[in-house]
Design a protein around this ligand. Structure first.
Ligand code: MRU
Length: 360
């Protein structure tokens, strides 16, 4: 079995630049299959269905998607001004696929401001498409480098032999290479650390059971899957020395959106005096969102709770289900936010503003 974080890019550009190739994460851990995606509707569906998932990975996918669409319009002979108009429609359509992870709109805005610049400077449609392709590759390469830095900073806070709790999946599948929340564990393994990792299975879509367990096992990290409601017992028994999670949007005051269930884990960690660390790239910080109350929480289909994983339905016909996909962890519960720009600590309003100011 190979190391996913060394060998697998969950998304990449096809050799001819006409499609985004994406590992279909809905099929893991049982099947490794790739989608070849070239139209806006398929791109939207890939994000919405969670075939492509994890905040940074969605951002990288969005960057490549705009490059692919631009090339397609240029190849059809559209003039640059028309390509720009079409891309604006596509970007706003893709942006509506998932509302909580800021990396999606961050990458789309970055691509669209480049497209506008190309048009203003009189680029042909073909040259505009090449620039967007280069920018998509830069977004991807930056994410690889950011993940590596986050892994190094995160590892500096851990000790050999620590028991670590994770929630959802913030590894190579959700990002590029080392991941964010799992980065310190993968890097630590390379450096000879032995961690004991407990992965919350992460109801209802089981990213912890299906994806984190898959990644960590392949990397040879000692790993145990638990149901979400077992974390408290493990903490009480002294099995957990730190909690590591990724993030989908960090508000200016440090409140952080992540997979549903994360805030409950943070509350438990505070009760038991266990440090709760959030790991993510600077592109996940959203200075235009003042607090967690301003973060829009995605609500998903009720079928994900009662029927989709079972041979027979597990809730009575007609019973109501509520399925918010994320929650917000209050900044007061977070021991540190570990970014590629360093380890940020409270007061977060100041440390985040300083980190963001370093580079635009
Ligand atoms: O719904 P998902 O699977 O996209 O949710 C993913 C998470 O909540 C991750 O923890 C987050 O995106 C960070 S990924 C590095």
């Amino acid at each position: 079995m190979g190391l996913i974080y060394k060998e697998t890019d969950p998304v990449r550009l096809s050799d001819d630049g006409r499609a985004v190739i994406a590992l279909d994460q809905t099929k893991l851990p049982n099947e490794i299959s790739y989608l070849s995606i070239s139209g806006a509707q398929e791109m939207y569906d890939a994000i919405k269905s969670l075939a492509v998932r994890g905040a940074p990975c969605i951002g990288v996918f969005a960057g490549y998607s705009i490059a692919v669409l631009a090339k397609r319009y240029a190849d059809e002979g559209m003039p640059a001004d028309d390509v720009l108009l079409r891309l604006k429609e596509d970007a706003s359509y893709l942006d509506s696929s998932r509302p909580t992870a800021v990396n999606l709109s961050w990458a789309l805005k970055r691509q669209m401001s480049l497209a506008e610049k190309c048009c203003k400077n009189g680029f042909s449609a073909k040259d505009m498409a090449s620039s967007l392709c280069e920018e998509a590759v830069s977004i991807h390469e930056e994410d690889i480098n950011m993940c590596r830095k986050i892994a190094e900073y995160g590892l500096s806070l851990l000790h050999d032999g620590d028991g670590i709790l994770t929630h959802c999946n913030a590894g190579a599948l959700a990002t590029s290479r080392y991941g964010t929340g799992l980065g310190p564990l993968l890097l630590g393994k390379e450096k000879g650390y032995e961690f004991h990792v407990y992965s919350d299975e992460t109801r209802p879509l089981l990213q912890g059971a299906r994806l984190t367990a898959y990644e960590l096992m392949r990397a040879g990290v000692d790993e145990t899957v638990i149901c979400d409601n077992m974390a408290s017992l493990l903490m009480k028994r002294g099995k957990i020395q730190a909690v590591l999670v990724g993030c989908d949007r960090i508000a200016a005051n440090g409140d952080t959106a992540n997979k549903i269930g994360t805030s409950g884990v943070a509350i438990l960690a505070q009760y038991y005096g266990i440090p709760f660390y959030v790991l993510g790239p600077y592109s996940t910080i959203d200075m235009s969102t003042p607090t967690g109350d301003d973060i829009r929480i995605e609500e998903r289909e009720p079928e994900e709770i009662g029927t989709m994983w079972y041979e027979h339905r597990m809730i009575p016909e007609g019973a109501k289900c509520y399925n918010p996909a994320f929650d917000v962890t209050d900044h007061s519960l977070i021991a540190a936010i570990i970014t590629d720009r360093g380890i940020l600590s409270a007061p977060y309003t100041e440390s985040i503003a300083t980190a963001v100011k370093e580079k635009p």
